[in-house]
Design a binder for this molecule. Structure first.
Ligand SMILES: C[S@@+](CC[C@H](N)C(=O)[O-])C[C@H]1O[C@@H](n2cnc3c(N)ncnc32)[C@H](O)[C@@H]1O
Length: 295
C-alpha cells in the first residue's frame, strides 16, 4: 500500500470515527424512547404512501420491530442467509451471501448498505484486516444498536457503523473499494437514486457485489402499495432487466445479474415469481489494489 493511500485511509478513519461516535450517542438516546413496541409490518400509526420518506418511515418501523424481536429470516423466503460467525446477536435478514461470492484483500474499504445487525460487516472487517475498514450503514436505530453490540462481542476494531439512508450515504465521493448489500435496495422507492449514490462513494475501479430480491414480471400496483409485501422485500423488487438498466444509467460497467432461485408464482403478486439474485458491477476507472470479483 502506498503512503498516499495509507494517508487517505487514515483521513477516512478520522471522519468515520467522528460519525461513529455520534451514532453511539444517538443510539443510546433512542434506546430510551418509547413508542415503537408492538408495531408489525405496516402500522396503524404510519402509512406508506408512495413518497420516499413515507416508505422509509414504514420500513424503519418494521425493521425496528424485527430487531427487537430478533426473529429469524426475511419473510420473503427468497434464499438462505447463514451466519458465518457464531455468537453474534440479532436477525439475519438477507437473501444470499454476497461475501461468499467475492474476494477481499487486506487494506480495502468495504461498505455494507443496509447492514442490519452488522454481522456481514464484522465478517468483512476480519477479511480486510490489517489496514482495511468495514463500514455498515443503516437507518434503523435498533439495528445499529445490535450492530454496535456485535462489534463489541467480536472485537473487530476496524468495523464502524453509520446512521443514514442509502439515498444519501454519509461518506465522501470515491472513498470505498467494495459495496456489498443483502436484500435492501428493493426497499427503496427510488432504486436508481440509490445506485447513483453507491456509484458516487465507490472509487474508480471499485466494485458492487450485492444480493437482492428480483421479480420475473411487473408487480401489480396494488401489491406495490401493500406495506406488508413491501417491507418483506417482495413487492418493491425490480426485474433483472430493470436492475441492469438502472445500474447502467448510474454509470456502472461490467454489469452481471445472476439468478440463484425463482420461487413459485405468488397470488398476491398477480402470479409473478420472486427470486434471489447476485448482482455485480464496477465503477469504470483504474482500480488501485484489488482483484476482480471472484465468482
Ligand atoms: C431485509 S433487512 C437486511 C439486513 C441485513 N443486510 C441482513 O442481511 O441481515 C433490510 C435492512 O435495510 C435497512 N434499510 C431499509 N431501507 C433503508 C434505507 N433507505 N437506508 C438505510 N437503511 C435501510 C433496514 O433498517 C434493515 O436493517
Amino acid at each position: 500500500m502506498g503512503v498516499l493511500q495509507f494517508q487517505e485511509i487514515l483521513r477516512l478513519c478520522d471522519e468515520i470515527l467522528a460519525i461513529s461516535r455520534a451514532v453511539d450517542i444517538e443510539v443510546k438516546e433512542s434506546n430510551g424512547v418509547e413508542g415503537l413496541s408492538g408495531i408489525k409490518c405496516g402500522t396503524e400509526a404510519v402509512h406508506m404512501g408512495n413518497s420516499g420518506e413515507g416508505i422509509r418511515k414504514v420500513v424503519r418501523n418494521y425493521y425496528g420491530y424485527r430487531a427487537r424481536e430478533s426473529s429469524c429470516c426475511c419473510s420473503c423466503s427468497c434464499g438462505a442467509s447463514v451466519d458465518s460467525i457464531e455468537g453474534l446477536k440479532g436477525p439475519s435478514l438477507g437473501c444470499g451471501r454476497p461475501l461468499e461470492r467475492i474476494s477481499l484483500t487486506s487494506g480495502e474499504v468495504v461498505l455494507d448498505v443496509g447492514c442490519g445487525a452488522g454481522k456481514e460487516v464484522i465478517e468483512a472487517a476480519l477479511r480486510v484486516a490489517p489496514g482495511g475498514l468495514a463500514l455498515g450503514l443503516d437507518m434503523t436505530d435498533e439495528m445499529l444498536s445490535l450492530a454496535l453490540e456485535n462489534r463489541r462481542i467480536s472485537g473487530a476494531t476496524n468495523a464502524f457503523f453509520l446512521k443514514g439512508t442509502m439515498e444519501n450515504i454519509p461518506l465522501p465521493d470515491k472513498s470505498v473499494d467494495v459495496v456489498i448489500s443483502n436484500c435492501v435496495i428493493n426497499l427503496a422507492q427510488d432504486k436508481g437514486a440509490v445506485l447513483t449514490e453507491i456509484f458516487r462513494v465507490l472509487k474508480p475501479g471499485g466494485r458492487l457485489a450485492i444480493y437482492d430480491t428480483v421479480v420475473n414480471d411487473e408487480v401489480p400496483s396494488a401489491a406495490k402499495a401493500d406495506e406488508d409485501l413491501w417491507c418483506a422485500c417482495i413487492s418493491g423488487a425490480l426485474t433483472p432487466v430493470e436492475y441492469r438498466q438502472k445500474l447502467s444509467a448510474a454509470g456502472f460497467s461490467e454489469i452481471d445479474v445472476q439468478i440463484d432461485t425463482w420461487a413459485e408464482p405468488m397470488e398476491d403478486l398477480g402470479n409473478t415469481r420472486l427470486g434471489s439474485a447476485f448482482i455485480t458491477a464496477r465503477r469504470p476507472g483504474a482500480s488501485d489494489h484489488f482483484d476482480p470479483v471472484d465468482v
